[in-house]
Ligand binder design. Structure first.
Ligand SMILES: [Zn+2]
Ligand SMILES: [Zn+2]
Length: 285
């Protein structure tokens, strides 16, 4: 396949995944059920339409880079330097499945360290400021990067196909899950349950609250899928658990009213009981 043909196919799959994942979640959360769930939004305010436009605009450029890098590697003689393989039986099935966790750990490690590097004052403005223009991110922010950051992010593709044997199926599933998790990280709502940030499993898993705090404060919480590196390096925000519990503990105004009515109901009954008791006592006297 020629590089142009290959590029078109990869671009179509990158773009369709972005528009389906970000578009669908944006439509559901920011349009269809927006009013119903507004009280649960991690940051209560909503982004403005100029924010969505900027996020989608930069994502367009990123997608060209995200399609360009794999095309350059797989559809040119550069492919001979990779371990890309077409026949899935060329390696054991055990390896086939083991490759997935390996890919995510590798990507998370690569992301954490380049992300921290991009927060260095010397690199921040040039590489990473565009992504941080979304201080209250929406799903569209998933690929909202400066082209220099996009190129750095896209380099994970090169690392993966060079360091480990990989098939088309690995790439499809891995990048499909990557965009889903990326969109979830910028969703603006938390979907993991209450207590997740503190339990034995959730402690190590990145959440939407975690990444939202990174966008809001610019400091701490640098991970992608996991929190291993943030916990090891002590870069997890001290207020992360508190924020997580605060967001998950919020209740709707309607529910709040019901609770306070119920409370008042009990109080009224108590008042009645006291009144009756006093009345019957005065009758006895
Ligand atoms: Zn950052
Ligand atoms: Zn982000």
């Amino acid at each position: 396949m020629s590089i142009i043909e290959g590029f078109k196919i990869v671009l179509f799959s990158v773009a369709s995944r972005y528009f389906i994942a970000a578009g669908l979640l944006w439509l559901i959360y920011y349009v269809l059920i927006r009013k119903k769930i507004a009280f649960k939004k991690i940051q209560l305010r909503f982004p403005e339409s100029k924010d969505y436009k900027r996020e989608i605009g930069y994502s367009f450029i990123s997608m060209i880079i995200f399609a360009g890098v794999p095309s350059l590697v797989l559809f040119t003689p550069l492919r001979q330097y990779t371990q890309y393989y077409a026949d899935i039986h060329a390696h054991s099935m055990l390896y086939f499945w083991l490759a997935f966790p390996l890919m995510f750990i590798l990507h998370d490690t690569y992301f954490y360290w380049i992300h921290r590097a991009m927060h260095h004052p010397r690199l921040f403005k040039l590489f990473h400021l565009v992504h941080h223009k979304s201080t209250n991110p929406s799903p569209w922010a998933a690929y909202s990067f400066h082209p220099l950051e996009s190129a750095s992010e896209a380099f994970i593709f090169v690392i993966l196909v060079v360091v480990m044997p990989i098939t088309k199926i690995h790439l499809g599933i891995f990048f499909g899950f990557m965009i889903l998790y990326n969109v979830y990280g910028h969703l603006g709502w938390e979907i993991y349950p209450k207590g997740f940030s503190k339990n034995w499993f959730g402690k190590w898993i990145n959440t939407s609250v975690n990444h939202n705090q990174h966008h809001q404060y610019f400091k701490g919480n640098y991970g992608l899928y996991f929190l291993f590196w943030d916990r090891i390096m002590g870069t997890i925000r001290a207020d992360y658990d508190t924020k997580f519990e605060e967001v998950k503990g919020r209740i709707a105004e309607k529910e709040q009213r019901e609770i306070s009515n119920k409370k008042q109901g009990i109080t009224n009954e108590e008042v009645k009981e006291i009144f009756n008791a006093q009345h019957s006592m005065s009758n006895v006297q």
